[in-house]
Design a protein around this ligand. Structure first.
Ligand code: G
Ligand code: G
Ligand code: MN
Ligand code: NA
Length: 255
């Protein structure tokens, strides 16, 4: 309740911060992008993880404002990094979108404005949608996602595989990337892929979409995923989410 009252002020008074987790090409080992993950520096409680406030933000509708801040901050940061990198070093940015944001028709204009304002190549921006929340809104979400995709941005299905009807979504929605839920990666105990992971990556290949594996913590998980042709990965093995300056240092060392 107290957090609820604080959150509106937090968004306008600079208490939100973004952390960035590297997204790595499994075949080359290069960092190809970052996922922006929000934090709240609460004046009394200290730094809060999204689990502590995204739910509240969704209930109160403040997620729309919060998400708008995240979108602009992430796009600005991406542009800054892109301008500093050598021209041939491609870098993309992933931003998590709540289904509450997707419900707003204005999200399409917001994304277009952010891309324009910061002069981004839209294909370097990825919007991550968690598939479990799409279920009630199939028709609206399909047309909204189609409109977003027409801007030239990439659409990723986050936490793929844990929601029911996953396979139907993949067939129906304009998706570019399947982000395999980290519970599947956690199931790799030696350097052998599990049958389900193998099937998801093969499905991605057949659909012509990329697959990203989340939660890679061990080198044997990395080699199993590499072996089945999974494109991209994230996880503590590479790096946890870090502040912008630390991300840039990782990027520079990785060139
Ligand atoms: O960073 P962390 O692993 O604690 O993130 C936990 C969850 O919070 C992630 O699953 C992510 O999808 C969600 N999350 C992080 N940042 C944002 C954000 O900016 N917007 C939304 N809607 N969700 C976010
Ligand atoms: O959007 P999503 O919910 O997938 O956000 C990723 C979340 O997973 C973040 O909260 C991040 O801190 C967390 N995370 C990232 N890499 C790892 C990992 O290798 N292992 C575990 N257990 N969590 C991770
Ligand atoms: Mn995500
Ligand atoms: Na995820």
């Amino acid at each position: 309740l107290e957090l609820k009252a604080d959150l509106a002020r937090a968004i306008t008074s600079g208490q939100l911060a973004l952390m960035y987790q590297p997204v790595v090409s499994l075949q080359t080992g290069r960092i190809t992008g970052a996922e922006a993950l929000v934090r709240w520096d609460h004046p009394r409680r200290g730094r809060l993880a999204p689990d502590a406030f995204i739910g509240i933000a969704e209930e109160t509708g403040l997620i729309v404002q919060l998400g708008q801040w995240v979108l602009e901050e992430a796009c600005q940061q991406l542009r800054t990094w892109q301008l500093t990198l050598p021209p041939d070093a491609a870098l993309s940015m992933s931003v998590n979108l709540s289904v509450r944001q997707l419900e707003q028709a204005s999200i399409v204009q917001s994304v277009r404005d952010a891309v324009d304002q910061f002069g981004l190549d839209p294909s370097t921006l990825t919007l991550e949608i968690t598939e479990t929340v799409i279920i009630d809104h199939m028709e609206t979400d399909r047309s909204r996602l189609t409109a977003l995709k027409e801007l030239g941005v990439q659409i990723a299905l986050d936490d793929f595989g844990v929601g029911y009807s996953s396979l139907r979504y993949v067939d129906d929605l304009p998706v570019d990337i399947l982000k395999v839920d980290r519970s599947f990666v956690g199931g790799i105990t030696d350097d052998q892929p599990t049958p389900v992971l193998e099937a998801i990556v093969a499905l991605g290949g057949r659909l012509g979409v990329h697959t990203t594996a989340e939660g890679i913590e061990h080198p044997n998980q990395l080699s199993a995923l590499k072996g089945i042709g999974c494109d991209l990965g994230q996880g503590y093995w590479f790096s946890p989410p870090v502040a912008a300056d630390a991300f840039f240092e990782l990027l520079m060392r990785n060139l």
